[in-house]
Structures are given as C-alpha cells and as structure tokens.
Design a protein around this ligand. Structure first.
Ligand SMILES: Cc1cc2nc3c(=O)[nH]c(=O)nc-3n(C[C@H](O)[C@H](O)[C@H](O)COP(=O)(O)OP(=O)(O)OC[C@H]3O[C@@H](n4cnc5c(N)ncnc54)[C@H](O)[C@@H]3O)c2cc1C
Length: 392
C-alpha cells in the first residue's frame, strides 16, 4: 500500500458525521449543474451582496475555512495539532482599494504573526501582497513604468506594509510566506521579497517568496536566487507551488498578443516542479523549502530525496503543505511518519472568504476533477468504518 492510501490515518480527526458531511459536499460539488452554474450563482450573490451566509457557513465554509476569527481557528489548530499536523492562519480578505482597509488587513496579519509566536501548532504566517496595493500599480511598477507622485507614494506604502510584516516575523521568530498571484505584477513582489530576505534571512529563512512552477522562467529564477543568496549572504525561503491562475494567464497573453508565461502542458509543469524540489533539497544547507502541493508524486519525490540526503524528517528547512479541507490523505499520513506538515487555514468573515471558496469549488467540480479524488477517499473511509463496526 502506498503511504497515501491509508484512509484510517487520513481521516482519524473526523467523526462519522463529519465524514458524511464531507461526502455530501463533494457529491454536490461534482454535480454537473453545480459545476456549470454554482460558481456563477456564488459570484452573483457576492456582487449583489445577497445574504448567503446561512447556507455557506455550515457547509462549504466550515469545510474549507477555520472560522471567522483567530480565536475560532485556534480550536481547529489544536485539533490538527493532536495529529502533528500544523496550521497556517491565512486571513482571506482579498484586495481592497482603500488605505484604511489595507491597514486593517495588515494589522490583522500582524495579529496572526503574534498569535503564531505563542502557538507551537502554527509554524508560519502568510499574506497576499495584493492586499496592500492595486494590481494596476504593481503592474506598472513591475514594468518599470514612470510612476506619478501619488503612485510612488502608494508603492512606498506597499513596501512599508510588507517590511512591517516581515520585521514582525523576524522579531517573533515566525517565518512569513508571501503568496504569488498573477505573473504580470510579480516582478516588483519578487524584488521586494528578495530585499526582505537580505534584511531578515541572515541566520535562517524568515521570509519565503512563492515560485509558481507552471511559469517556464522559474527554474532559472530559482537558480539565480541561490546565486544571489550566496553573494549577499542570506538564506532564501522558497515556497513552491504549481500555480493557480493558468487559464487567466493564458487568456491574457493571447488577448494582448505576448507569449504565454505558462509551460505548454502539465507534464512540463510537473517536471519543472520536481526539478525545483530536487534543487532546493540538494541545496538545503542554504535554501529552506516549503512544498505547497496536493500532488502525491511530488510529495513522494521530496521525501525520497530527504532520505537520500539524510535530512531529518522534522528538519525545519523542509515543510509540506496542503489546503485545509483537501488532501488529508497526504497531510495526515506524512505527519504520522514524522514529516513537517502545515495546512493553510483560511479564515475571515464569511462574505470576504467567498472568492477563496469559489476558487476551491471550481477546483473541486467535476470539470476540474479534484472532487473525484476527495470523494473517493472519503467513501473508502466510510466503507472501512462500516465494515469494522460490522465485525463487532
Ligand atoms: C499550501 C498551498 C499554498 C498555495 N499557494 C499558492 C500561491 O501562493 N499562489 C498560487 O498561484 N497558487 C497557490 N497554491 C495553489 C497551487 O498553485 C495549485 O494550483 C494547486 O495546489 C494544484 O497543484 P498541485 O501541485 O497541488 O498538483 P496538481 O493537481 O498535480 O497540478 C495542478 C496544477 O498543474 C498545473 N497545470 C495543470 N494543467 C496544466 C497544463 N495543461 N499546462 C501547464 N500546467 C498545468 C496548474 O498549475 C494546476 O494548478 C497553493 C497551494 C497550496 C497547497
């Protein structure tokens, strides 16, 4: 049996009724009508500001989110912690236009860092850079366009927010992950992330930048990161993901007539991803690796390499991560074997987490196919428990 097939370990934290609820959720998500209209209706409800909390909270929200506040999430982190599965509190309020709202997101993220500092079940903090500046501004800055005075001020404030968060992480010894979104405004984020690493990663990785390996330029970028880190004497934190914005990236490139930044097919993304894991593990004395993936093969690739290079399973420089509510068969089985695992645990007011939930629903519809795997695993475990109860 492969490591990830053990559904008893995978779902040990779920009661029978929680499992049945999960089965119902994935069944509903896999209905063709939901795949076709569900996301449209959810987006409509969001745009029209309809009161949909009563249906969303006890169902999809509870499955994929930790709660509405840090305190609510603490119950979940404690529960996961019993199985050696850690969590990362991800305040899921997406890009805002007003500086006061940005300040509120920054202050909430500071609270997650301080809370992580006193909670051994929470080893990282995380934020999305687009919470602190408009994507238009970041796009201009990434193209190195000339900025107006007010744009320059906004960019300074963006840089300051990121600096404040990374410094807080440094002072509290809590590593901070910087998420990645779309390619056309990533370059300014890469530059700032690198500056933060120079400042705060002198002794170990505190700041982690995200590399989306569906981009065909990221292997080269990773190799340059290491060269820069050796030259400037810092320890890079690298969060690897495949990347979540493929369709949008391809569509934009086609519409605007430039070459797509994305690998031509899944195989080349997979190859680049596993090459990047190999590169990080082979350079573990310098690089700290955070492997954000639900891909079994990539996770197995990483643990095999760790064994080959005699890296301790709980070495702080090697982490696996999956999203809360997904791929428990990977998280819980790896944690049981003594590997570092931390699940992204999104939280926030229900209406603000809707864009995140819509992305999860899209990923889990019958079209995208992920729900088939989740549903299959949940059903296997329900069957296993039923058989077991018959034996007594
Ligand atoms: C902890 C965690 C943190 C994350 N943080 C981020 C983040 O900051 N930014 C972000 O963008 N995403 C993030 N993601 C999402 C991630 O990028 C992937 O979309 C998701 O995890 C699915 O990829 P996978 O590695 O799990 O495996 P798989 O399911 O094996 O791979 C699916 C991925 O492969 C790629 N792919 C699929 N088809 C093709 C094709 N035809 N051509 C080229 N490539 C293809 C796409 O990237 C797709 O998402 C995160 C995921 C996790 C688990």
């Amino acid at each position: 049996m492969n490591l990830f097939q053990n559904t008893e370990i995978a779902f040990q934290h779920k009661t029978n009724s929680e499992l049945k609820k999960a089965r119902l959720l994935f069944k509903v998500l896999s209905l063709p009508a939901i795949a076709k209209f569900g996301n449209y209706l959810a987006k409509l409800a969001l745009n029209l500001k309809l009161p949909v909390t009563w249906i969303i909270k006890p169902t999809i929200f509870n499955h994929f989110c930790g709660g509405e506040t840090i305190d609510e999430c603490l119950k979940v982190t404690e529960k996961l912690g019993k199985y050696n599965v850690k969590a990362i509190l991800d305040y899921s309020v997406e890009s805002s236009e007003k500086e006061t709202e940005r300040l509120a997101v920054r202050n909430e993220t500071l609270r997650t860092i301080r809370s992580a500092a006193t909670n051994s079940n929470v080893p990282f903090a995380v934020f999305k850079p687009t919470a602190f500046a408009s994507t238009d501004l970041l796009t201009k800055a990434s193209r190195e366009d000339k900025l107006s005075v007010s744009e320059q001020l906004s960019l300074n404030s963006f840089r300051k927010h990121i600096h404040t968060l990374c410094k807080e992480g440094f002072q509290n010894n809590v590593p901070v992950l910087i998420d990645a979104e779309e390619t056309f405004y990533q370059s300014i984020i890469d530059d700032i992330a690198r500056d933060m690493m120079v400042l705060f990663n002198k002794k170990k990785a505190i700041v982690y930048n995200t590399l989306q390996m569906y981009r065909h330029d990221r292997e080269e970028f990773l190799s340059q990161c290491l060269k820069d880190a050796i030259k400037e004497n810092y320890f890079p934190g690298i969060k690897l993901v495949r990347g979540a914005y493929m369709e949008r990236e391809r569509l934009r490139a086609k519409k605007m007539g430039y070459p797509s930044p994305i690998h031509p097919d899944k195989e080349s993304t997979d190859k680049a991803y596993n090459n990047a894991i190999s590169f990080c593990i082979e350079n573990i004395n310098k690089i700290s690796l955070f492997n954000g993936s639900h891909n079994e093969e990539s996770c197995l690739h990483m643990i095999k390499l760790m064994e080959k290079h005699s890296i301790r399973r709980n070495d702080d420089r090697a982490y696996h991560s999956q999203l809360y509510g997904m791929s428990d068969h990977i998280s819980f089985n790896l944690a049981r074997e003594g590997y570092n695992v931390a699940k992204y645990l999104p939280y926030g007011p229900v209406k603000n987490t809707l864009p995140y939930l819509i992305r999860r629903a899209e990923e889990n519809t019958s079209i995208a196919g992920q729900s088939g795997r989740e549903l299959g695993l949940v059903e296997t475990e329900i069957r296993r428990r039923k058989q077991l109860s018959k034996q007594f």
